[in-house]
Design a binder for this molecule. Sequence first.
Ligand SMILES: Cc1ncc(COP(=O)(O)O)c(C=O)c1O
Length: 478
Amino acid sequence: MHPFPLEPDRATMAEMGHLVLDRVVERTDQLAARPATSLLSPQAEAELGETLLAPPPARGGDLKALLARLDEAADCALESAGPGHLAYIPGSGLYSAALAEFYNRAVNRYGGLASVAPALAALEESVIRWMAREVCGLPEGSGGLLTSGGSMATFSATVAARHDRLGEDLAGGTVYTTAFAHHSVAKAARLAGIRAAHIRTVPHTPDLRMAPEAAAAMIRADRDAGLRPFLLVATAGTTDTGTVDPLPQLAGLARREDVRFHIDAAYGGFFRLTARGAERLAGIEQADSVTLDPHKTLFMPFGTGALVVRDLAALHAAHDGTGSYLQDMAGAGVPDSGRLGPELTHEIRGLRAWLPLHLHGVNAFREALDEKLDLAEHVHDTLSGIAELEVLQRPELSTMIFRVRPVGGSRAAAERADAASRRLLERINGHRRIVLSSTVVDGRYTLRVCVVSHRTHHDRITEALQIITGEARNIPVA
Ligand SMILES: Cc1ncc(COP(=O)(O)O)c(C=O)c1O
């Protein structure tokens, strides 16, 4: 018999579990010492890919050897779980959430319909209600569903708004957002059947926020032209700069113009747990629907998003479906996620949030997010004192942006500075202690520092600042 059959006995299960747990503990413990990126050269990557693309064998292998192969494959990556990951927003992956997920996958309860595992569905619902009511300040009766990520949450919010406001005639439907909205907003609208030309880019103010008067003018002009404005999408923490759109004014505008108001708070939403975040995200409680992403600022493993809504009716009306094979399923005391979104069969997603929230307590998350706000301000203050750099704005959340200062005011000077910023990014990332990323702000190449990982603390930011300032002072611009 093979040493690892499909149904291992108790001792084998424990042996297998220990082998995996040892690898995971070792890797997690080493995260701070590991390079911030171990992406290989394209050629080495291709060679590794070649061996990893082999089909599975007819006869099983050895778990230790397979784990070693997994380790090799996992090594070839941006170390997105580590403290040096300052490049992109998606988060760091709590150890306790991984344990919850292991338990979850082993008991393998059905998450699409609440009546199949009603008590676990209730645990998930407790997490959703906490997000809707405590995190976002939505009223009693609000709720939602956990999704695979922010994109799916925004998609379901868009489908619900479309169904509610346009019915089946989609032709004239128009959506409003800004150039700084995440691309998942436009994608959701297109997938929901809205013409690309009807996804309006509302102008922004010099501080990169949606301009409410411009949005109002666009909505009215479209309505006068016979179109059907139905959805305004604000961002609470843009991907590029962490900027929060003026939520109270936009909520008022949406009410006056009778369009649904969705807020993409995939990045920013959980900062509302902190005092500074609550102030900066004021108005979020006026939304019809909000995208949250626990796999960003709640440090959950990838594949954990959320959509919370003021009133479940529109979400339910847009996504409900049934079949005669479901006639034996009684309703449960909590909503069926399979009737609120496009997916049916999936795991009970809430467990990987429920266990960490109950184990560590909400304050642990509040303090970690507060620390991220402090660290981003510290990066801002330090880099503001470096003559060679142009620091664009004080971070509103935990993302800050900077670039090489041009020598002179001409277009050519700006282009030379952009080229220098590109080289600067390469040099900074070449240290492999931190990874930053870049974007384009008002036509200029701009570097981003996103402090989002629960494993990033003052020591790594001090090191990051030494690397950035050292390289910036040596970068030739002219
Ligand atoms: C503001 C914002 N919205 C939406 C998304 C998309 O979320 P996801 O990648 O979870 O689908 C992102 C991803 O970074 C984001 O930053």
